[in-house]
Design a protein around this ligand. Structure first.
Ligand SMILES: [Zn+2]
Length: 272
């Protein structure tokens, strides 16, 4: 250190103190840039999301709730095929037809292969306020000669009974068009559980208001709600007709036409 006094170190000291300051400034500028970018990103995302939601809401005016009966560990009734095979095939075909049409937003009660309780499915649908609800099932009987199509709208006494009945009649009509035999009066019945929890099925000519619960999927819905029994999975001819892949496709096309007809009839009434 000989020959050097403290002044020799002065410039060095200055350099040491300014360098971090410059770095700090740089870092601050960088932070500012990043924050501005983040704000822009959030703004653009919000605009994009709002635009998408507007498009989604107005370009697809109808929301259809589709329930493939059973699922997961619950395969439904077992016959020539398992009931769940029919319900999942049909829902998947119907979903494809509705998507292709472009006017429909579709809510599925569950994913394919997934199991979910009736209460959970019903609650999921309630929250979304669909325009129509269709629950698909297959029928079964110890007597393998039992056959045909039947469906269950929300029964008398329920707020959505009239609209559900109108939708059910169209579903049955369209199924008859593709060759289904309709059970009971034109394929429409009402379903209840009595106070002992036993299933009670009555013909649609029985319009009495019973103090019974109806099927879980039909409860608490504020739209037309119908449960269909597409065919008997215990009857070979029925399975051939509406349980195979082609058969489920045929039934799905019939349901699709019934959905369109129902919603178009409502539009006509509203616009009259
Ligand atoms: Zn079932």
């Amino acid at each position: 250190m000989k020959g050097k006094n403290w002044r020799d170190f002065e410039p060095e000291k200055k350099q040491r103190s300014t360098e971090p300051r410059q770095r700090r400034k740089k870092r601050k500028r960088k932070k500012g840039r990043m924050l501005r970018r983040l704000i822009w990103f959030v703004i653009l995302f919000a605009i994009g999301y709002a635009g998408f939601m507007l498009y989604y809401t107005f370009s697809k005016p109808y929301t259809i709730a589709l329930d493939a009966g059973h699922g997961g560990w619950d395969v439904g009734a077992e016959g020539i095929i398992n009931e769940v095979e029919l319900t999942e095939r049909t829902v998947s075909e119907l979903e494809a037809l509705l998507k292709e049409d472009g006017r429909f937003r579709i809510i599925l009660s569950r994913k394919e292969g997934e199991g979910m309780s009736i209460t959970e499915r019903n609650q999921k649908f309630q929250k979304k306020h669909p325009d129509l609800m269709l629950s698909i099932h297959g029928n079964a009987n110890d007597d393998s000669s039992a056959n045909g199509f039947e469906c269950y709208p929300s029964p008398p006494g329920y707020e959505n009974h009239e609209t559900s009945l109108a939708f059910a009649q169209l579903l049955a009509e369209e199924m008859r068009t593709v060759g289904a035999k309709l059970r009971g009066t034109e394929g429409v019945r009402f379903g209840y559980y009595n106070s002992n929890g036993e299933k009670v099925l009555v013909d649609s000519s029985d319009t009495e208001v019973y103090d019974f619960d109806t099927f879980g999927m039909l409860k608490n819905m504020d739209c037309p709600a119908v449960l269909v029994e597409q065919c008997f999975i215990t009857n070979q001819a029925d399975v051939d007709q509406f349980g195979t892949e082609d058969g489920c496709k045929k039934a799905a096309a019939a349901y699709y036409r019934a959905i369109c007809r129902y919603l178009e009839s409502i539009e006509t009434i509203e616009n009259a």
